[in-house]
Design a protein around this ligand. Structure first.
Ligand code: CP3
Length: 343
């Protein structure tokens, strides 16, 4: 079957679709009982990420249940620092904990071992082999700024002032750290495409804490370098950027990084996105995951509104951030039924 038979790819080729294609960030995750079952049988989150059978199984779970147009490979953005030798742990209810890389000496101690990521590529190959032909397979990576947030600070506090402080005080170190991440991310993305990914999404979850000048330096520039590298190796593969909470800076991001699409978060005005973003690139988004978790009817009404403003231009329906673990499965089902009904 040709790639044109995948509705999600059609959106990027500006081919009209009967209904907007859709998938959801964190569509594989704890809100699904079948995910929790596999998770309970694993010795840890990273064990799941590096077990091709388990990673492929949980990637497929939401597709079997809901039939989204895209399957995002189950993995994590922190496999990149992990493959650089950084100690990474996921603690229940706390989140990721990393051994900090906050100085040149610590950076010098890192060693890139891409072979540690081989199970991710194997999971992609196994998933591709059994995925319905019309379902696009999405590979992903964290963008350098967000990876640096976790690597420098060792954990999240949603502000990352200590990371911004190091970027200001020791710019040569910080620039080298981001350049290293950019290189690894590009390699990881290209390897995912070679293993079967049809699309790459770059997550810059913490780009919203930056000033305009910082955003330019630590988000736009490294992302542009990654996009150029992926493009050179994998022409035609759509790249979607997600500089979460970038506000009006989404416009510059879309124009300057060379991405094919941007995932907008729920704070972005639909009319603004239509006017300022959608002529240049595909817009993906932006239903509020909290609305989906708390208010099914409200979520369906908002989904309808998003589609009424954005769906006649290049558009992929998604959320503004990942599905929350306490989201009722019935709410996700109702949203998928609505989207598949022709919305
Ligand atoms: O979207 C998907 O279904 C694919 C899988 C995926 C995961 N993480 C699985 C995961 C993707 C695309 C990610 C990206 C990711 N990971 C981001 C960027 C997107 C975002 O959410 O902003 C970030 C910042 C991370 C780092 C990370 N991994 C955090 C902060 C956490 C803990 C948060 C939490 O919800 O507990 C993780 C763990 C994680 N990654 C889980 C899942 C399903 C939950 C772990 C579990 O099952 O115990």
């Amino acid at each position: 079957m040709t790639t044109l038979s995948k509705p999600l790819l059609n959106a990027f080729r500006k081919v009209g679709t009967q209904r907007p294609p859709f998938w959801f960030m964190r569509q594989a995750g704890r809100y699904l009982p079948e995910y929790r079952e596999v998770r309970a049988q694993s010795s840890g989150f990273l064990d799941m990420c590096y077990s091709p059978d388990k990673a492929s199984e949980v990637t497929l779970q939401p597709i079997r249940r809901f039939g989204m147009d895209g399957a995002i490979i189950f993995s994590d953005i922190l496999v990149i620092p992990h493959a650089l030798g950084v100690e990474v742990r996921f603690e229940e209810k706390i989140g990721p904990q990393l051994a900090p890389v906050a100085s040149q000496a610590q950076l010098d101690g890192l060693e890139w071992r891409p072979e540690k990521l081989a199970p991710v590529y194997e999971a992609l190959r196994r998933t591709r082999a059994v995925l319905p032909a019309q379902t696009a397979l999405i590979g992903f990576a964290g963008a350098p700024w967000t990876l640096a947030c976790y690597a420098v600070q060792g954990k999240s506090d949603k502000e990352f002032q200590s990371v911004r402080a190091i970027a200001l005080k020791d710019k040569p170190f910080f620039a080298r750290l981001l350049a290293l991440f950019a290189d690894c991310v590009a390699q990881h993305a290209v390897a995912q495409v070679k293993a079967g990914a049809d699309i790459i999404q770059l997550f810059d979850s913490w780009s919203g804490v930056l000033s305009e000048a910082e955003f330019e330096e630590w988000v736009v520039a490294p992302t542009a370098a990654i996009v150029a590298e992926i493009r050179a190796a994998c022409p035609g593969v759509p790249i979607v950027g997600f500089p979460r909470q970038a506000g009006t800076k989404y416009k510059n991001y879309a124009a300057r990084t060379g991405v094919d699409g941007v995932n907008i978060d729920a704070s972005v005005s639909l009319e603004w996105a239509r006017r300022e973003l959608q002529d240049g690139c595909v817009v993906q988004g932006n239903l509020d995951p909290l609305l989906l978790a708390e208010d099914r009817e409200g979520a369906l009404a908002q989904a309808k509104k998003i589609i009424s403003v954005l769906a006649d231009k290049p558009f992929v329906f998604n959320l503004g951030h990942g599905i929350l673990p306490h989201t009722p499965v019935e709410n996700v089902q109702a949203l998928c039924d609505f989207l598949k009904s022709g919305a």
